[in-house]
Design a protein around this ligand. Structure first.
Ligand code: AMP
Length: 395
């Protein structure tokens, strides 16, 4: 397999799938440039000797609406790269071919939004071929879309049987996920939070086969507590999943996994910043109250387990962290993860809300790896085949 680090890009044109699906404000200014920053190492490496054709999607255009044009990204991209970035207002066709022909080593050309063509998400072969014909090499560096079999993420790879590879971002993601799933230093602990059991069930089942400790927090807690006969008041619960929760507890025992649920809880009398709050044992929530964050004893318990672990993966907040009043548990988990990292543990944070939490508290640089691909990472953890990854790996 070809590798971005050792491949000779001299005099080559590389078409690079990046994820520039970034948020814009009403003036079409980029409000969060993380995804653009994440693509820079790959772009910089290639332009040392060759040229780069960048392709991405932005939003979900129906009919080539101008607000979804990638030209809005240009100023930020040029500034971050420290060089002018060329742009063409299409991604296939004569105009594009002409621009590409004139590319010199060191040039960066950004193509227009791939999703202006329905063929992109349909994974159309003819469209993929037109993209492929622009370049000598294909580099996929869009982990966030690696779970989609789209033209630019998967089908295009068929046209580069020899010259296809991952960029640095995908390589980093895969290395850190494998470090957790394939050869973790033990003890391995997973912390799973978030609203519902139903969306995490496959991940829980898969992780049970791998981890020493499985910490459960967040809204999922109450389905487990109710299943065991606890009183959960008005807390969020999935009644259809009570039996499944009991099965998970049983399976954990069989597999010798330490399944750790919260022991105490911050209860609120309403879902609001100005709610009244009290702490009670997790299974003694009164009617009219709901559990919205983990309690003091639970923070202590989780902290101890995390600090004894050598590898830790965290997905999903342990409380309603969007409201400051219920963010303490999630903040403490984030802090403990930075402490564990300092002590030498490998810590991987992934999934939209835990990433949002860790960046809200400005701790991204103090953990080992923050995964950028929400859905893709979850599917990888579930053990699913990601078409964008397989397309590069298969010979
Ligand atoms: P998910 O997308 O499944 O990871 O869920 C994330 C959401 O779970 C966040 O918006 C949290 O506010 C929410 N959440 C966490 N803990 C609770 C809880 N105790 N009750 C209700 N929602 C919660």
């Amino acid at each position: 397999m070809k590798n971005i680090n050792t491949f000779n890009f001299k005099d080559k044109k590389a078409i690079v799938r990046v994820d520039f699906n970034v948020p814009l404000n009403e003036k079409f200014e980029v409000t969060d440039d993380n995804r653009i920053v994440a693509a820079l190492p790959t772009i910089k490496k290639i332009v040392e000797t060759g040229s780069v054709i960048l392709m991405s999607h932005l939003g979900r255009p129906e009919n080539k609406e101008p607000q979804f044009s990638l030209k809005h990204i240009l100023p930020v991209l040029s500034k971050l790269l420290g060089k002018e970035v060329l742009f063409v207002d299409d991604c296939i066709g004569e105009k594009v071919k002409e621009k590409v022909q004139n590319l010199k080593n060191g040039d960066v050309l950004l193509l227009e939004n791939l999703r202006y063509y329905k063929e992109e998400t349909k994974g159309d072969t003819a469209f993929s071929k037109q993209l492929a014909e622009l370049a000598d090499v294909y580099v996929n560096d869009a982990f966030g879309t690696a779970h989609r079999a789209h033209a630019s993420t998967t089908i295009i790879a068929e046209f580069f049987p020899e010259n296809k590879m991952f960029g640095y971002l995908i390589e980093g993601e895969l290395n850190s996920l494998r470090r957790v799933l394939d050869e973790p230093q033990k003890p391995l602990t997973a912390i799973l939070g978030g609203a519902k059991v139903s969306t995490k069930i496959t991940i829980i089942e898969r992780l049970l086969e791998k981890v020493d400790n499985l910490i459960i927090g967040g809204g999922m807690t109450y389905t487990f507590i109710k299943a065991q006969g606890g009183k959960i008041g008005g807390s969020i619960v999935e009644d259809d999943y009570l039996e499944l929760a009991l099965n998970i507890i049983k399976k954990a025992t069989e597999l010798n996994v330490n399944l750790i649920l919260p022991i105490d809880i911050v209860n609120a009398n309403k879902f609001a910043e100005d709610a009244e709050t009290i702490e009670t044992p997790v299974n003694e929530i009164k009617d009219g109250w709901m559990g919205l964050d983990i309690g003091t004893k639970t923070v202590e318990l989780f902290t101890k387990i995390i600090l004894e672990s050598k590898t830790i993966i965290w997905n999903g907040p342990v409380g309603v962290f969007e409201l400051d009043k219920f963010s303490n548990g999630t903040v403490q988990i984030a802090k403990t993860l930075t402490e564990a990292t300092k002590k030498g543990a490998f810590t991987l944070i992934g999934g939209g809300d835990s990433v949002a939490a860790i960046s809200k508290y400005k701790m991204e640089d103090k953990v080992s790896y923050v995964s950028t691909g929400g859905g893709a990472m979850l599917e990888f953890l579930e053990g699913k085949d990601l078409p964008g990854i397989s397309a590069i790996l298969k010979s």
